[in-house]
Design a protein around this ligand. Structure first.
Ligand code: GLU
Length: 346
């Protein structure tokens, strides 16, 4: 008996030391040993005070409801791949996800049909033209586009598995919720506002159909796409979605496997080349991070293996990207030295 108590005592001590000493070391090693807690929070705090009074930019107003959103909403969130969360500012207020949703619908299609289907049926080339360009579709007869511009995004929506429109929408809302780690819902006023005014997207969907590059009823596909753009999110939701990508498809907060590492592997390069509209190359040059912005004012970026970061701030620059979000994320990336192309020689 005494022997047993001794042995179980030793065992307990071993387990405790594993959790107290070894686990934090492993976590630190996983997140990169320079990313200590205080440094991350300090970078967010500094970025917040440095950029909170920036006045440039203007809310999108081509979707009428977006012009009504409070331009002062300003929230920053980082979610680490080990589940730690850092925030600063307003990470509660919701905005419509808009184009950021294109990433997660693309991931769903890659997951269901493989990267080749996306390459062959949509394309993965940056168009070099505006996100809702009809000319880009016409010039290449519906080819050479990608799922992060409107034509490719509506085509991606049309490809999502589901017998009818309701099933496709359910699946799209579900994958967004799994990436965010909580049930997301629709911003009805934004949806109604855009649905009544999306003739251009309807035209794009019909043109794709004419070229044999639309895979569901174009009116219904555009409607589902419009709904997906109106999903409500806050900065923490977006950071969690980015962190799920950074973590190879497993949500670091819920620990649920949302997509495979291979799906993430094919999703990130499209974000790197086409995530910030006409300024995608400028963004990638300056940050080295795959990212995606939306006209609702959200911007998320993925630091592979380390963390997801997101900012919500509605005023946009001429290219359609949140002014403050770009400043904040670039600042934090530089402060933490996490640009993946910053390689210290051995
Ligand atoms: N729903 C918007 C549209 O189709 C999305 C635009 C965006 O965020 O880029 O125009």
């Amino acid at each position: 008996m005494k022997n047993f108590i001794n042995r179980s005592g030793v065992f307990t001590v071993m387990i405790i030391s594993l959790f107290v000493f070894i686990r934090p070391c492993l976590l630190l090693a996983q997140t990169g040993n320079t990313l200590i807690k205080e440094k991350i929070q300090a970078a967010l705090d500094e970025a917040y005070s440095k950029f909170k009074d920036v006045k440039e930019g203007k809310n999108a107003d081509y979707i009428k409801e977006l012009a009504q959103v409070d331009p002062k909403i300003f929230g920053i969130a980082i979610v680490m791949t080990d589940g730690q969360v850092y925030t600063k500012g307003d990470v509660q207020s919701m905005v419509s996800i808009q184009s950021v949703s294109k990433v997660f619908t693309m991931a769903k299609v890659i997951e269901e049909q493989g990267p080749k289907a996306v390459m062959d049926k949509i394309g993965v080339d940056a168009t070099g033209m505006r996100f809702n360009s009809i000319v880009a579709v016409e010039l290449q007869k519906g080819k050479e586009i990608n799922p992060l511009v409107n034509p490719g995004a509506i085509a991606a929506t049309s490809l999502v598995n589901g017998a009818d429109s309701a099933a496709k929408w359910k699946s799209i809302l579900n994958i967004h919720s799994e990436f965010a780690g909580r049930p997301l819902s629709l911003n009805i006023p934004v949806y109604i506002s855009e649905a009544g005014d999306n003739l251009r997207n309807q035209a794009i969907a019909h043109l794709l159909l004419a070229y044999g590059r639309m895979y569901f009823d174009p009116v219904q596909a555009t409607d589902i796409y419009t709904k997906q753009c109106a999903i409500n999110v806050n900065a923490k939701d977006l950071a969690t979605m980015a962190a799920t990508l950074a973590n190879g498809g497993v949500n670091p907060l819920t620990k649920k496997k949302v997509v495979t590492p291979e799906t993430v592997m094919y999703t990130l390069p499209v974000m790197a080349t086409a995530g910030l509209y006409d300024d995608s190359r400028i963004w990638y040059f300056g940050s080295g991070l795959p990212a995606k912005s939306g006209v609702g004012g959200g911007l998320l970026a993925v630091c592979p293996g380390k963390f997801g970061i997101a900012v919500v701030s509605p005023p946009l620059d001429a290219a359609g990207n949140s002014v403050k979000a770009q400043l904040v994320i670039k600042y934090v990336v530089e402060k933490l030295g996490v640009n993946p192309f910053l390689i210290q020689p051995k």
